[in-house]
Structures are given as structure tokens and as C-alpha cells.
Ligand binder design. Structure first.
Ligand code: SF4
Length: 378
């Protein structure tokens, strides 16, 4: 199939919420750099159809960092990790609410409460419930997503009852590759937890990590598994190869490949919240604005154990690229996913005017390089 036919087919299917074939998804990953902008434009059509030019901001709060007994190879918090990360036990509810406040003040409408570990004890669920209450007391509109690992029976229901809106548990990679990245739990454990969350009425968030040495087939496998599970949001992480972890040498991604991966995810999961997640600064680098045409959601600020780019830079990037931060109170998902209204074309609103005020702070007279004694900026 030639590129034009492939992309036309993928757009038609995306607008109808039909899955592409595996061959079509693989073909997206195999496109050349010459074709990259056509791929982004096609997937961008699907993104705008369902989400307009809105970008949802999410904010991570790491409630408990490091010292995990599990051995996920990609994770700086794993058993035996020698990464020099922060290690601390549970934040108090008021400390977590204080951290969340900064993200919400920056424009985040979802706060993601994350704790390292295989899964929570019932006491941990109590702590998180108190934290959710403290956050919602400050701001009743904020969405709260918990990410606490594998859930035991009844825990999803308790989190839902305490006000959690969503639960995150990533599949991370294909079932075929799972044993290579983790030996202390398996793929089916992860699927079961996502189903538990859905069964309790929590909005499921489940995604992947690209760049761990997987094949294109593995990437397509995990994204089709995600489509079958039908989470409401799919974070796409790009491996941050931390020194001191087994995957420290896995530098496999280019910015163009990261874009192709996001485009493939958008075509397979057209009407779900696709989030550019950890590693975007490291791997998409200067191509991050193009990824806004594919993902409709990003994390603001820092990640669990690594720093992201300045929140101000994120907001400027969104405005510069002609997108707008999704406001609180606006439902992210298309109406047919929330049962509110029949499916219809997402209204495309003109983006808020960006950059109208002169940005003199960005203009600096060159005083280095050619014509000076100073080294150039290169
Ligand atoms: S269970 Fe979570 S915190 Fe623990 S090693 Fe795996 S990913 Fe890291």
C-alpha cells in the first residue's frame, strides 16, 4: 500500500473509531523520515477530530519514592537500583496536598498520586484516601488518579468510594517481552489490576514504555492489548535510561521514532486520551511541539524521579504551537465515551490568541560568536 492510501485509510478508520490492522500499525512505525510530516498530519487529523486543539495537563505527586521490592528493569525505584534518586516513605496527606496545589495552580486538572511498591496494603489505601480528601477539599473539581501498583480484592472499590476518579496501571510492554523486563510479577497481573479498576467504576489509565529494546511487533502488540482493555487514557512513556538500572544502556529512540510511536498509538486508540509522558524531553527533544498534534495530554513539571522541563516552558510550547490548555470542568473525553451524548465531531474552537504581548524577554542581542572573541552558541 502506498503512503497516501495507508494514511487515508488510517484517518478514515480513526474518525470511525475502527482499529487499523496490525499491518497498518506496523507500516506507520516503518515510515521514512521523508514521510514523517505526512504521518503527523494524518494522525493530527484524528486527534483534532476527537479532542480539538485542547491539551490536558496532569501533575505527578510521588507519595513514596524508591525502595521497591519489585525488579522492573526500567525503574529507578526497583529492587537493587543504584540510581541516585530521592528515597522517602509516605508523604503525609497535607504534604501531598501541598505538592498537588502547585500543579493545579500551574493549570493541571488531574493529579496523579503514585507510590512505589508491588501494591498497597489496606493501611496504604487509607492513607491515600485521606490524601484524596485533602486534595479535593482544596479543589473539588480536580481529578485524582491513584497509581499504587497491583490491587487486592476490594481496594479499587475503596479508592473509588474515597473519591478517586481514575486508576493508573501501565501494561508497559508486550506480553511476549514482559519476562525480560520484570520477573516479580507478570503481564496478566497487570491486566487484572486494570480490569479491577474498571470494574469498580474508576477511569482506567494504562499505557506503555517505548525504547526498552522492543521490536515494532512488541510495540504494536502492547498497543493492541491496550485497545482491547479500552482504558480512557494511554500514557506513552519513553524510557529514561537511568544509570544504576539494568536498562541504562538502552538508548534506542530518536525524536522521529518517538513521533511515529505516538502516531501509531493515536491511530490504534483514536478517541482515548493519549498522553506524552516521561522521557518526552529526553527523546522528543526539539520535536515536542509536533507531538502535540498526536497526544492530547501531557504531564506538567517533573516526573517521579527525574526532572522535566520547566512548567513555564511547557505552557509556552503549547501556546506557541497553537494549542490551548484544557480548562477545569471541561470533560476531556468525547461524549460517546462518557455516555453524555451521541458521537459527534468535536467542535474545533479557535485557539486562544497566543503571544500577543511582545516577548521582548526572548530577544537577546547577539554578543558572542562571529565578530566577537567569544565562542558561538553551538
Ligand atoms: S513495581 Fe513500580 S515502583 Fe516497583 S520497580 Fe516496578 S515500576 Fe518501579
Amino acid at each position: 500500500m502506498d503512503l497516501k492510501t495507508l494514511l487515508g485509510t488510517l484517518v478514515d478508520k480513526g474518525l470511525r473509531r475502527e482499529p487499523p490492522t496490525r499491518a497498518e500499525a506496523l507500516a506507520v512505525l516503518a515510515t521514512s523520515d521523508d514521510d514523517l510530516l505526512d504521518v503527523v498530519a494524518a494522525a493530527g487529523t484524528v486527534r483534532r477530530h476527537w479532542f480539538g486543539r485542547r491539551v490536558k495537563l496532569n501533575y505527578l505527586v510521588n507519595l513514596k519514592s524508591g525502595l521497591c521490592p519489585e525488579d522492573c528493569g526500567y525503574c529507578s525505584q526497583r529492587l537493587g537500583s543504584e540510581a541516585g534518586i530521592l528515597k522517602y516513605t509516605w508523604l503525609r496527606p497535607d504534604q501531598a496536598a501541598e505538592a498537588a496545589r502547585a500543579g493545579v495552580a500551574g493549570g493541571a486538572k488531574r493529579v496523579c498520586l503514585v507510590a512505589s511498591g508491588r501494591g498497597p496494603t489496606d493501611r496504604d489505601v487509607d492513607r491515600v484516601s485521606e490524601t484524596i480528601a485533602a486534595i479535593k477539599e482544596q479543589n473539588a473539581e480536580v481529578e485524582v488518579c491513584a497509581c499504587l501498583g497491583l490491587l487486592s480484592e476490594g481496594q479499587a472499590e475503596r479508592l473509588r468510594a474515597s473519591g478517586a476518579d481514575a486508576y493508573n496501571h501501565n501494561l508497559n510492554t508486550s506480553e511476549g517481552m514482559y519476562g525480560e523486563i520484570c520477573t516479580t510479577h507478570d503481564f496478566s497481573d497487570r491486566v487484572a489490576t486494570v480490569r479491577q479498576a474498571q470494574g469498580a467504576g474508576l477511569s482506567a489509565c494504562s499505557g506503555l514504555i517505548a525504547g526498552m529494546g522492543e521490536s515494532d511487533q512488541d510495540l504494536v502488540d502492547v498497543v493492541f492489548e491496550l485497545r482491547a482493555l479500552d482504558p480512557d487514557s494511554v500514557p506513552v512513556n519513553f524510557l529514561i535510561p537511568f544509570e544504576g538500572t539494568p536498562l541504562a544502556k538502552e538508548w534506542n529512540l530518536t525524536p522521529r521514532r518517538a513521533l511515529r510511536i505516538l502516531a501509531m498509538v493515536r491511530f490504534v486508540c483514536p478517541d482515548v486520551e493519549v498522553r506524552m509522558a516521561a522521557g518526552r524531553e529526553v527523546h522528543l527533544r526539539s520535536l515536542q511541539p509536533l507531538a502535540l498534534h498526536l497526544a492530547n495530554s501531557v504531564f506538567l513539571g517533573d516526573y517521579l524521579t527525574s526532572e522535566g522541563q520547566a512548567g513555564k516552558a511547557d505552557l509556552e510550547m503549547i501556546a506557541d504551537a497553537g494549542f490551548e490548555v484544557e480548562e477545569a470542568g471541561r470533560t476531556t473525553l468525547p461524549a460517546h465515551r462518557t455516555g453524555a451524548e451521541p458521537p459527534g465531531r468535536e467542535e474545533e474552537r479557535a485557539p486562544r490568541p497566543a503571544g500577543e504581548a511582545p516577548r521582548t524577554d526572548l530577544v537577546a542581542v547577539r554578543r558572542r560568536g562571529a565578530g566577537t572573541d567569544l565562542a558561538p552558541n553551538a
